[in-house]
Design a protein around this ligand. Structure first.
Ligand SMILES: Nc1ncnc2c1ncn2[C@@H]1O[C@H](COP(=O)(O)OP(=O)(O)OP(=O)(O)O)[C@@H](O)[C@H]1O
Length: 247
């Protein structure tokens, strides 16, 4: 796996939150974090609650700014430095390159579940019928009852909303996928579907960085673990590359 070409390299990453409403309180979340992520692998972030796992994903997705350090995306024809990427360029990058599957669906009133799922393909100019078919295929795989497909997901259960979110996150087949607890509210059957989707994404060469609190899921999807602990994550430094390679 590690012989594959790198898709993402992170070096010397620092992150600090400055809480203006709290008298300028500074929270050091990350200092000197480095990692390499290859095409076709899933690297799983581990560590206690509050260590900075979601913060790292949000920096990679451009939701949080990068205080210091370098984040580079590697393409066949060159590299892109994310820490200097202008704000206007993030939209296209998220549409085409960096996908994000969070635990919670951002519900848009009156938009049907199937439309929520197919939207990332339409944003790229895909044919509407093709996009709808792919969305329906994914929703069926994720066992979302067909009677719900045309309804807005605002009233869906937590697990139903999460499956809509997963379908939306995977439909675009982004080369880099950030997975923030995508299986948290799912039953065993649907967890297996997500594990299969992750396997298929690896097979097509996607690079994934994920957070999975469920140890069984983590063991089944992780090619490597990146453990953040108090000497490595929040209020500490992390200068080594990934620690452990799973056999
Ligand atoms: N926008 C923000 N403003 C201020 N502090 C923040 C912000 N986002 C995160 N933090 C703080 O940064 C630290 C890391 O949070 P983060 O959500 O990354 O942890 P985590 O490892 O993902 O935790 P969990 O496993 O519980 O989801 C926490 O102390 C959190 O309070």
């Amino acid at each position: 796996m590690t012989n594959a070409r790198p898709r993402l390299t992170v070096s010397g990453l620092h992150k600090q939150f400055l809480l203006h409403g709290q008298g300028g309180l500074e929270i050091d979340v990350m200092r000197d974090l480095s990692l390499t992520l290859h095409a076709g692998e899933c690297l799983v972030l581990a560590g206690r609650s509050g260590i900075g796992k979601s913060t790292l994903l949000k920096m990679l997705h451009g939701d949080y700014c990068i205080d210091q350090g370098r984040i580079r995306l590697h393409f066949d024809d060159g590299t892109l430095d994310l820490e200097t990427l202008p704000a206007y360029a993030w939209h296209g990058l998220r549409r085409d390159v960096i996908g994000y599957v969070s635990q919670f669906l951002r519900v848009v009133p009156r938009v049907a579940a199937v439309d929520v799922v197919m939207e990332p393909l339409l944003a790229r100019g895909a044919d509407e019928q093709d996009a709808r078919q792919r969305a329906e295929t994914l929703l069926a795989r994720l066992n979302l009852p067909e009677r719900l497909w045309q309804l807005p997901p605002g009233t869906f259960s937590g697990g139903e909303q999460q499956r809509v979110n997963i379908a939306r996150g995977f439909i675009g087949e982004h080369p880099l996928l950030l997975l923030d607890e995508p299986t948290a509210s799912l039953d065993a059957t649907n967890r297996d579907v997500v594990i299969a989707l992750i396997g298929e994404a690896k097979a097509r060469g996607a690079a994934m960085l994920g957070i999975f609190h469920d140890e069984d899921v983590r063991d089944r999807v992780a090619d490597r673990l990146l453990p953040l602990d108090d000497s490595l994550g929040a209020r500490a430094s992390f200068t080594r590359d990934v620690q452990e390679t799973l056999s």
